[in-house]
Design a protein around this ligand. Sequence first.
Ligand code: GLA
Length: 696
Amino acid sequence: MPDSRTGVRWVRSPAGSPRRLLFGADYNPEQWERKVWREDVRLMRQAGVNIVSVGIFSWSQLQPAADEWTFGWLDDVLDLLHANGISADLATATASPPPWLTTRHPEILPLNERGEVLSPGGRQHWRPTSPIFREYALELVRKLAQRYAAHPAVVAWHINNEIGCHNAWDHSSDATVAFREWLRERYTDLDGLNRAWGTAFWSQRYSSFDEILTPRLAAAHPNPSQQLDFKRFSSDALKGHLQAERAILRQWSPEIPVTTNFMVMDGITAMNYADWADDVDFVSNDHYVTFKPTARDELSFSANLTSGLAGGSPWFLMEHSTSAVNWQPVNLAKPEGALAADALAHVAHGADAVCYFQWRQSRAGAEKFHSAMLPHAGEDSDIFRDVSRLGETLAALHEVAGSRRKQAPVAILFDWESWWASEQDSHHTSRFRYRDEVLDWYRAVLDGGHRADVIPVSSSLEGYRVVIAPAVHVLPRALAHRLTHFAETGGHLLVAFNTGLVDENDHAWLGGYPGPLRNVLGIGVQEIRPLLEGQRTSLSYGSHAGLWTEKLDIVDPSVEVLARYTDGELSGRPAITRRRTAGGTASYVSADLDDAARARLIEHVAADVPNELPRDLRGKVELTVRSDGVNETAFLINRTSAPVDITAYGTPHTIVGADGNSGPGLLPSPGVAVVSVTSHPSDDVASVDRRPVMTA
Ligand code: GLA
């Protein structure tokens, strides 16, 4: 992806201060007595904190009743922060409506797919399309913007919080009305809608827009095109709220950039962030580690995709955790060294701010056992010591601030619509997980030692040598044309199974999948043949496949078969194919390969892409590169569970991670090393600047 996003406005730098990496947390002083605030700022300074997000859940403290406003405490907090050189990312405080509002207007509460009202008492209990909620929320935003636009502590606006985390799928009457309007705009008339939704099936033909409902719990599978459109609509409705708050902020406080925290992480599907990124002045993300064997790569994948959303520009890590969270079935504490290694892995992928949920661990409420920068144990704790050490490391890395990610040779496409559609009901298998599939390809590229950019499917493909299109289940014709053009103009295209099954209306492509990509690939898929849990089939590639296989035909005689199925009913039929194009290749893989086979296939596809890592390090470390246009900084992230000798790459000036298993030239596990690069490293690693170790 050419780093192309325009109009990025980064957090305002406090007067006279140069750009630096930002470090901080959500700060919730309203949960504490005032005397604690003084200690907070003392310890923030001690830890190197230079920014905090304030006011996220403080609506009921700012507006205790409909006609009562109490800003005095927030004035004092902002003044105190400013006096101590700490900036504020000021929240619009609209995330959690207060009890007086839901009592007065219970009609702002969302309904789930069973039509049950979600009660207040938690948070985010508001309908994205409620005009009443919108009116109250915007009044609060206006008051805050008018009062604080000129406050010297305020360097960014933080709209709402994790929009759509709990209220993405609303089936209320407001949502129904808004859905109908959205559909009218998309299809103009009922004929268009009936065609797009295939309503000849099961007698679903509509004769009026007023008959249309959101896809609530139905007697049998709700119409899949309707489900897909509801997901599109819901993402748009949430974005509409973001835009409404932003309009007020831009009106009253045009100088201060606006963001909202995305949730590019495992398990959050509802928001099509590729479609939201242009609505913020800079991209922010929240990321929490889920303890799976692939967790380290998952963090990197999420950070990488966030960078893709930001168009390669620096982005803001708004939240992650110093240690355990409170919302997983078992909330594991992070292993030694992970606090700093996780933080730097985000920086490696372009984060210019490293922030946590939250500054001081709460004493009460649902998150009292969620870790924080300052834990219940207080400042005399390993977490606070690690936090303070990280603050020093980030301060020393100031030259990285503002640099962009250097485009990788490989791009992996990510598509929210394919995620939504491929995991709907009535499919070949309920075992398919879109995000895991894309992550598996990312891991395969890292196994081969290459760098990859994870980019939204709408991004430009210019400059990439290899493009991997995994499970692009929803394949509009225009996208197929772009991919075909890429392969026919010298690129290497790798298309993986579950691609091109349907068009943008969720109607099957006819004549063999993947529809409009058949010509460039020279193959056609007759039938999908999923496998049961534990079932495997073998391939001539010397490997196995599980989950998914396909019955494939070669339709262009020039196509080479790279691997065949060697057992079961598909035995002897092609499994992996390649067609040579004008200067490039177009490969297709029809099965869910094991890790070794994926890595081998990547080697094939990327055979003419120079490898930037010395052979011994490939697969063991992930390499990322940030560039300010003149200087490049390389980050090496340990992917293994043991220390890795990285002397073959260069001498890092910074290493973070587990102390216990480090040593000269060793990258600990977990661990991240930072190396200044004066020219591009390659197989000949002599070109790497060897600087002395500064931090260990
Ligand atoms: C989200 C929210 C925070 C907090 C954390 C806990 O990211 O934005 O307010 O609840 O989760 O992990």
